[in-house]
Every structure is written in C-alpha cells, then in structure tokens.
Ligand binder design. Structure first.
Ligand SMILES: [Cu+2]
Length: 136
C-alpha cells in the first residue's frame, strides 16, 4: 500500500514517497476547504479565506495532529494490531479533523459571515454555513 506511483482513490497522482492513504486524506481536506471557500473569482462564492496567521497555525496544527494519528492507524493495520486499538486511533483522527473544522468555522463566522452581514448579504452567508453543517 505504501510508495505506489499513479492514481489513487482521490483521483490525483501520488508520488513515490507518499503513503497513499495520507495522500488521499490530504487531497480530500484540500478539496473540502476549496469547496467551502472557493478562490476569489469563482462564480459560486466570491468570499475568500480570511485567516489570521495565528488561526492558520492553529488549523494547520490540528490537521498535522490528524495526519499523525492517520499515519499511526495505517501502521497499526499493517502490523496487525488489535482491532479495538486501531479503532481508538481512528477515532483520534476524526476528533482532530473535527477540531480543525471547528477552528475554521469559528473563524469563518467571526470574519466572512460578520463581513457579509455588514454588507447586507446575510442570507447567502447563513445558507452556506447551514449547508456545510448539514454535511457534518
Ligand atoms: Cu470564511
């Protein structure tokens, strides 16, 4: 499962040094955040991420924790570790991702949503937040 070149489950090319599951998770996270906050110029949403350096560091820190736990899950599966211990580690991945989402969403409410309300565009901002929460 490690070090394979070529297309992986996420549909993106993987290089040799990457663990394929970590690669796909990273791509999925990038796609998720790109969909939530498309780059400026996208017709779907003209808002752009507005993270302070501290918020950005916090989000990246949480995602790195998730990646660490995911790498551990993969290694545990490879080493035939006891099933329940694998699930505990997998739950830790999901908790770290959930925490990252909370930081992103809280920041979004404080910045993008607050700005939208000030511009009189609260309906669209609220609709967007509700749509992403319904996916959770
Ligand atoms: Cu935002």
């Amino acid at each position: 499962m490690n070090g394979k070149t070529g297309n992986s489950a996420c549909g993106e090319a993987c290089n040799e040094s990457e663990n394929i599951l970590v690669h796909c998770l990273t791509i999925s996270i990038e796609k998720f955040y790109t969909n939530v906050n498309p780059p400026r110029g996208d017709t779907k949403n003209t808002m752009q991420m507005n993270h302070s350096e501290d918020t950005k560091k916090e989000i990246i820190h949480r995602l790195q924790i998730a990646r660490g736990h995911l790498e551990k899950v993969i290694s545990m599966v490879e080493k035939d570790v006891y099933c329940i211990d694998i699930v505990h580690q997998s739950i830790a991945v999901q908790a770290a991702l959930k925490k990252a989402d909370e930081v992103v969403l809280e920041n979004h409410l404080k910045t993008c949503v607050s700005d939208s309300i000030k511009r009189g565009e609260s309906d669209e901002a609220i609709k967007e937040v509700m749509e992403v929460l319904q996916k959770k």
